[in-house]
Ligand binder design. Sequence first.
Ligand SMILES: NC(=O)c1ccc[n+]([C@@H]2O[C@H](COP(=O)([O-])OP(=O)(O)OC[C@H]3O[C@@H](n4cnc5c(N)ncnc54)[C@H](O)[C@@H]3O)[C@@H](O)[C@H]2O)c1
Ligand SMILES: O=C(O)C1=N[C@H](C(=O)O)CCC1
Length: 237
Amino acid sequence: MKIALLGYGKMGKAIEEIAKNRGHEIVLKLEEDISNYELEKMNIDVAIDFSVPKAAFKNITTCFKKNIPVVCGTTGWLDDYEKATKICKEEHSAFIYASNFSVGVNLFFELNKKLAQMMNGMDDYKIEIEEIHHTEKQDAPSGTAISLAQDIITENDRKERWQLDHATENEIPIMAKRIDDVNGTHTVSYKSNIDSIEIMHTAHSRQGFALGAVLAAEWIKDKEGVFTMKDVLASHL
Ligand SMILES: NC(=O)c1ccc[n+]([C@@H]2O[C@H](COP(=O)([O-])OP(=O)(O)OC[C@H]3O[C@@H](n4cnc5c(N)ncnc54)[C@H](O)[C@@H]3O)[C@@H](O)[C@H]2O)c1
Ligand SMILES: O=C(O)C1=N[C@H](C(=O)O)CCC1
């Protein structure tokens, strides 16, 4: 496949290495306004966006309008997600957004949902999410932590929304910590006066995120519609 990288930072470089090892060609490494490029002349099969929150929506929708499928991992722009999916459908293009593309985190997402279901009615347990990332991360809380919180809200009837760093009775607190060189650690805790139950995922590198994004790009080629990483993994699990 011919892949366009929208964003060529830590993730763009990790994706490039894995994509090339899997026999793909990187035809664009974009780090600025997408308007400056004639994408239609590049024979792009799939665009992979790991850029910045303020650029993602324009990058994604520009590709849709040129009928280039998009795999997006950029977080911190989800207020525009529904608008992006509407444009994808109008343009008959294809789109996958995932807050976390690693297979391990997607297994962790399923574990989180199951535990939230089991803890329904166990009102003595306070629920808390902690996420730790490197000090260059622009957004807080992480997209992964937001996904975890949203799934708990769906499965558990005690909570209605999440809040960063503090919370009221019907909210889930997400504690965001920034420490040099941490790739991504997420912990979901249920704590009572008697005991605590915790589940944790720790990324040892960016390889898991990058491999998942390339698998998603291979999967979405020649498809039409809006998909999730669950659709991609269903074909692998
Ligand atoms: N979904 C996942 O699995 C996953 C995993 C890791 C990181 N992320 C997210 O991916 C994003 C990038 O992470 P990173 O660690 O690579 O960050 P980074 O800062 O290393 O890289 C971002 C890159 O985007 C470039 N950029 C700036 N403006 C741009 C524009 N208009 N168009 C295209 N590129 C532009 C920057 O120059 C930089 O090279 C963040 O939002 C992060 O949360 C997601
Ligand atoms: O390094 C980052 O930035 C990460 N961002 C994603 C998030 O916001 O959840 C995934 C984990 C790493």
